[in-house]
Design a protein around this ligand. Structure first.
Ligand SMILES: Nc1nc2c(ncn2[C@@H]2O[C@H](COP(=O)(O)OP(=O)(O)OP(=O)(O)O)[C@@H](O)[C@H]2O)c(=O)[nH]1
Length: 324
């Protein structure tokens, strides 16, 4: 759909999203506090922290983590590199704006990556960048060590394990060492130390995804959910799908119209999900009682359609976005 055609509908779009009094408190699983403890205990042996975020919500994540006092106490003293991953899903026309915002916050070592790409030139830059960062700060108790240890941190599902695998592919020509999952919270095991480079010898500690427990608003929580950071069923596929539609319309990303054979952009999630269900054959047969007896009717499976809509977005099929 051409932008000028779609913009005719702009007046119809919602300008604010109704969260219906939802609370984020119960969206975050308990194992995250444990992860934080493990991280703290291992920090002494770490030379540089690799903080990894989803490039679509990088500033939001960076800011949320930075605000958390526990993170501040634990991490601020260590050299730091910020990875903005999933760059293939992000609208990089906003790249400079994001980098400027991060610079204002004092974060100048930033690298955009796509960890699924077989050869990502940016991944190649990681080790030299880390060496520069480490060289610019005292190593304290680790002066004599000729090998280096990194700790990777980030919220669930941002690609921590994929980053490790990508580094091993690039620097060691070796395959998968860390399990990759589509659902948040796959990396639940205790910290594992994995080699990611031969010259210099460099290890990386994989951590369970750790999310700061305090999220400033439901909207922040919803963006995290949309990017797959929170288990869908804790938030609800129906509202995530509605927030997705709201976001796509606000950003002028209308490729969903053609993908699902809609006539025009719509802000009505029931209407959109119905079209998706019909297009993908996601329907269910239910019994209905009528005046003339029981009949079986076919109705759209809204939950299955919502799930498909969200999945398509996460795979980048509905366009690249920047939700910051
Ligand atoms: N499009 C895209 N997908 C990615 C990228 N990196 C990782 N993914 C996908 O994101 C999902 C999560 O990746 P993981 O590497 O398991 O993430 P994690 O941070 O280790 O996850 P937790 O174990 O939940 O903390 C998987 O489906 C990956 O295939 C990327 O650069 N681009």
């Amino acid at each position: 759909m051409k932008l000028y055609q779609a913009l005719r509908h702009v007046d119809k779009f919602r300008t604010v999203f109704d969260f219906g009094g939802r609370e984020v408190a119960h969206w975050f699983p308990g194992h995250m506090a444990k992860g934080l403890k493990q991280m703290r205990a291992n920090l002494k042996s770490v030379d540089c922290i690799i903080e990894i975020h989803d490039a679509r919500i990088s500033f939001l994540l960076y800011h949320t983590i930075k605000q958390n006092p526990v993170f501040q106490d634990t991490l601020s003293a260590k050299p730091h590199l910020l990875i903005l991953n999933k760059m293939d899903l992000a609208d990089l026309s906003n790249k400079q704006r994001i980098l400027k915002k991060l610079e204002k916050e004092g974060m100048t070592h930033v690298l955009f990556t796509d960890c699924l790409k077989q050869r990502d030139d940016n991944i190649k830059k990681l080790v030299p960048m880390v060496m520069d960062i480490i060289a610019s700060k005292p190593r304290f108790n680790r002066e004599e060590n000729t090998n280096y240890c990194l700790m990777v941190i980030g919220v669930p599902n941002v690609g921590k394990s994929s980053l490790i695998n990508s580094l091993r592919r690039t620097n060691l020509k070796k395959g998968r060492a860390s399990r990759v999952g589509g659902e948040p919270g796959i990396t639940k095991a205790v910290l594992t130390k994995i080699q990611v480079c031969e010259r210099p010898i460099m290890y990386l500690l994989d951590t369970p995804g750790v999310l700061p427990p305090k999220i400033e608003s439901v909207e922040t929580g919803m963006k995290l959910a949309l990017c797959g950071t929170i288990l869908d069923h804790l938030v609800g596929e129906d509202i995530i799908a509605d927030y997705l539609l709201y976001s796509l319309n606000r950003l002028g990303k209308f490729s969903y119209v053609e993908k699902y054979d809609l006539q025009e952009p719509s802000d009505d999630i029931q209407h959109v999900l119905k079209r998706i269900a019909v297009k993908l054959g996601k329907t269910q047969r239910v019994k209905a009682i009528t005046g003339v007896g029981n009949v079986t009717i076919t109705i759209p499976n809204y939950t299955a359609a919502a799930y498909d809509f969200i999945r398509a977005f996460r795979k980048g099929e509905l366009g690249q976005v920047m939700l910051d």
